[in-house]
Structure formats: C-alpha cells, structure tokens
Design a protein around this ligand. Structure first.
Ligand code: SAM
Length: 286
C-alpha cells in the first residue's frame, strides 16, 4: 500500500475503557509519498494490473511491486485529484476501472492501511461526511458505498465546496452540502437517517460537532468515525491526553468508542476513534 509501513499495532493510547488502542508504527519502507510509478496517472489511459478484494467490503488491492489500496471508480474515465487510474480484469474478461487511494492524502485511507479491525462504511451504507473539503476522500467513500449507498458531504468553505459540487455532478451518490456542520438544522431536509458519520473537520469542538450531528441523523447502533487532530484541540497538551479527553466527551453523549488508531506515519499527531452510537441491547435468548 505504497508500503511506508503499517500504522502498526502497539502503543495503545489510553483512550478509556473498552477502546482498542493501536497505532504508532515506525513506517519503514519505500514509496513514502504513496505515489506509484507506471501508466495511467491522471488523464492518461489506465494501466492493467491484478486486483484482489481487500478484507473490507468495497475496497481492493492492486498487486504490484508496491501494493496499493484502490476503490472501484463510480465515474469511469475520471480522476478526482490527479490520482492514478488502473484497469483490473475480473478473470471473466470483464474490465473494471479502479482509482488508487493515497493514505498520505486521506485519514480514512490511512485508517484502512493502518489496520483498523472494523470498517462500518461498506457497499450500500448511508454516510454523513463532515469536513468534506474538495472531495478527495469523499470520492473514495462514494466508490466504497457504490450505487446503492449515499454520501452526504458537508463542507463550509465555499472555495472547497465548488470543487466538491463539481465532483458530485459525476457521482449520483454524493450530495454536496455547503453549510456549517455546527448547524445541522440547516441541512436536516437534505439528510435522512444515516448508518455512519465520518468527521474530519480539524476543529477544537470536533467532538461536539459529531455528537450534534449524531443526535440528529445517526441511527441507534450506527457508527461514528472521528479524526482527531491533537494540536487543533489543545496545542499545549500531549496528544494522548487530548485523545482521551475527546473520547470522554463522546462517551457523555452516548457515543461508545470501540477502536482507536494513530495515523503515523501518514498523518502526524492524528488519531481516529471509531465507535457505536446508542449501541442496541443484545436480546436475551429465551
Ligand atoms: N476530509 C478531507 C479529505 O480527506 O479530503 C479533508 C478535510 S480538512 C482536514 C478539514 C475540512 O473541514 C476543511 O475543508 C474545512 O473547511 C472543513 N470544516 C472545518 N470546520 C467545518 C465546519 N464547522 N463545517 C463544515 N466544514 C468544516
């Protein structure tokens, strides 16, 4: 996967009870910018390679000297941010186009390469994505959820929102929403109940932004995934202390953490926490 080294297990941050801590890999290896050689970059014709399914649904691996994470292109023939496109053969002569996903440019990509256990975003999922920017990661989420799924992508910067909106024109499963994620009432008519909230807003009040949106849109038993940029919350505290404090805020609002992963070597001093909103009680067997 560009092979800078997996995020790696170990150094579980003390995020609180019931949170699996992983992360802080050393990051040895080649291809640290995640860029691969070969044809098919940007507008050029896609290169042909062997594609294997990843253990997570909706994600694939392009085999090569350096394996890369790829998603099935929902808009064949189009790159979103200059990423390489490749054609895979299913073995039955059917050709499918994939896009290379660079974990250095995406917290979600880094989370997958880093070895998160459970990925709640899968084909058919309805996802509320907070902090969509120009749509780099949103486009891969759009590929992951496929034609049966939906991505509601919230971004408050009008400049980034323009690129996001243009990208969504070619992807019927992306609804761009140019609003402040602190005001979910403003977009409640566009978003129904969702299975997953993904948040990458890099704001000091990011935990509050997630819980506000969870109370309004996330179904009971649905998942949240939050990227926490430590120095955005408190630049004077140790990152581990910041992660623990953010996790406590989530717990107070019925968001039960399940896994925690630091994103090194892809993103410094970032952690991602995944968990379940209002977990459903297991039925007792009669
Ligand atoms: N997730 C993006 C990706 O992987 O391509 C990168 C997101 S960037 C780190 C954070 C984004 O969140 C910025 O584009 C910023 O404008 C947006 N943002 C920050 N606060 C926001 C808010 N309150 N509402 C909506 N968007 C916000």
């Amino acid at each position: 996967m560009g092979k800078p080294g997996k995020g790696g297990k170990g150094k579980g941050d003390k995020g609180g009870k019931g949170v699996k801590g992983k992360g802080k890999g050393k990051g040895k290896g080649k291809g640290k910018d995640g860029k691969g050689k070969g044809k098919g970059k940007g507008g050029k014709g896609p290169a042909k390679v062997i594609i294997e399914p990843h253990r997570m649904e909706g994600i694939f691996i392009a085999k090569g000297r350096d394996d890369s994470l790829v998603t099935k292109n929902m808009a064949p023939g189009v790159s979103v941010y200059g990423e390489k496109r490749i054609t895979g053969d299913s073995g039955e002569g059917e050709k499918t186009e994939y896009r290379v996903w660079n974990p250095f440019r995406s917290k979600l990509g880094a989370l997958i390469v880093g070895g998160i256990d459970t990925m709640p975003i899968r084909p058919g999922s309805k996802v509320l994505y907070l902090g969509a920017a120009s749509g780099t990661t949103v486009s891969h989420v759009s590929d992951m959820v496929g034609p049966e799924g939906m991505v509601y992508a919230v971004e408050f910067s009008h400049r980034s929102g323009r690129d996001l909106t243009n990208m969504a024109k070619k992807r019927p499963n992306v609804v761009p929403i140019i609003e402040d994620a602190r005001q979910p009432l403003k977009y409640r008519m566009l978003v129904g109940s969702v299975d997953v909230i993904f948040a990458d807003v890099a704001q000091p009040d990011q935990a509050r932004i997630v819980t506000l949106n969870a109370h309004m849109f996330l179904k009971n038993g649905g998942w949240f995934i939050i990227s926490i940029k430590a120095n955005c919350v408190d630049s004077t505290a140790k990152p581990e202390a910041v992660y623990a404090s953010e996790i406590n805020k989530l717990k107070l609002e019925k968001c039960k953490p399940k896994e925690q992963l630091t994103l090194e070597p892809y993103h410094r001093d970032h952690a991602v926490v995944t968990g379940i909103y209002r977990p459903l009680k297991k039925k007792k067997e009669a």
